[in-house]
Design a protein around this ligand. Structure first.
Ligand SMILES: *Cc1c(COP(=O)(O)O)cnc(C)c1O
Length: 376
């Protein structure tokens, strides 16, 4: 029973540059006719992002999935890769597309990232990498995951698609592990319409990744690696340069939304959510709530449907688990008994609308419904 006169509230809304500002940059592109392959805006955006994100080297991509594929190629990973079932499908697909076997390990409910206590038991002689996700932009237990990786000599590729700008004690978490990937998809905190990046520690890796994302070309006639086409074009780089000027304002607006949600929902029985972590600069990319059906008096799916009937389009990130999709469910590590926390949380989660344009009246509508499970 859709309610009339209520415009739908979507889970997110893209940060968009002023079209007049964009037009100025488009005119520059048109004048030079240089629209892709390491153009001026591409170079400017790489430099600006290194500075903004506090990382030494970055390589831009045309989306956030190619950096995952390319990272596994760059590190010449083979065999099995330990990863989380609680993520967007691209994480596991990138392992599969490299001809590798994903091995799912359960998550820690306190941050929805890989549970370090369960990683070692999943390591076999065929394990060659660990691919954790900073889910919702909440930092994984990076120190302990690194300890395990060091003990077994395994590289770590962080899927940091949610972690744009996240810092711990003033340091970017994108510098953790061997490589970190970013997505600049329209639904993310910072976007270039479609886009992404790989963050690396040194110049030689930057060079290797830059070859790999351009078919492996080192020069006009030399191909030094079996590369792919992952290049970001000038138009997206221009959008990225403009959006970067506004992303801090956008994140602060999201922060205010998080404050409102927390104040309003803290006393609601059966609703759990995350608070800020001490020493962490968050990006407020998502606002997941976890519904305990018994205490709340309504299941997650009932709440999801109720919100939808009132035009509030929450999303069940991440449900179903990646390990439950047909491609992966036959893997031994995909068994729900192996993934009790992920299985439970996937059945409890709804991401409430979270973006920079939510108004007070939008927030009131959402909060009133979530805070009163007894009303239809
Ligand atoms: C969005 C996302 C991706 C993929 O990024 P695209 O830019 O859509 O290709 C990968 N991993 C996670 C965790 C994501 O949320």
């Amino acid at each position: 029973m859709a309610v009339e006169n209520e415009t739908p509230i979507t889970v997110t809304s893209p940060l968009l540059p002023d079209p007049d500002d964009l037009n100025k940059l488009l005119k520059e592109i048109w004048a030079t006719k240089w629209i892709t392959n390491n153009g001026k805006f591409h170079e400017q955006l790489e430099n600006a992002l290194c500075k903004y994100l506090k990382v030494p080297y970055i390589s831009l991509f045309t989306n956030g999935t190619l950096p995952l594929l390319t990272a596994l190629q760059a590190l010449r990973v083979s065999g099995e890769v330990i990863t989380t079932p609680y993520s967007f499908v691209a994480t596991t697909h990138s392992i599969w597309w490299n001809g590798l076997k994903p091995v799912f390990v359960d998550i820690d409910p306190s941050n929805c990232g890989l549970d370090p206590d369960r990683i070692e038991a999943a390591i076999t002689p065929r394990t060659t990498a660990i691919m954790p996700v900073h889910c919702y932009g909440k930092p994984c237990d990076g120190a302990r995951i690194q300890q395990i990786a060091d003990k077994y000599g395994l590289p770590i590729i962080y899927d940091a698609a949610h972690a744009f700008g996240v810092e711990v004690e003033g340091q970017s978490i994108l510098n953790w592990g061997n490589l970190s990937t970013l997505s600049f998809h329209a639904t993310k905190v910072y976007n270039t319409a479609e886009g992404g990046a790989l963050v690396m520690h040194d110049e030689s890796m930057k060079k290797r990744i830059d070859y790999l994302k351009n078919f492996g070309f080192e020069s006009e006639t030399e191909v030094v690696a079996p590369g792919i086409n992952g290049k970001m074009d000038e138009i997206r780089a221009a959008i990225g340069l403009l959006n970067l000027q506004h992303v801090d304002t956008c994140i602060e607006a999201r922060h205010q939304v998080a404050i409102r949600y927390r104040e309003a929902l803290r006393s609601v029985p059966g609703i759990r959510f995350f608070d800020d972590m001490p020493g962490v600069k968050h990006n407020y990319s998502y606002f997941p709530i976890f519904v305990n059906a018994e205490e709340y008096g309504m299941t997650r799916d009932e709440l999801y449907a109720k919100l939808k009937s009132h035009g509030i389009l929450g999303r069940r990130y991440f449900y179903p688990l990646i390990s439950q999709f047909d491609t992966y469910r036959a893997l031994p590590s995909a068994a729900p008994e192996n993934l009790p926390n992920a299985t439970r949380i996937a059945n409890e989660v709804i991401c409430l609308p979270m973006h920079h344009l939510l108004s007070d009246s939008d927030l009131n509508r959402i909060i009133d419904l979530v805070a009163s499970p007894q009303t239809a």
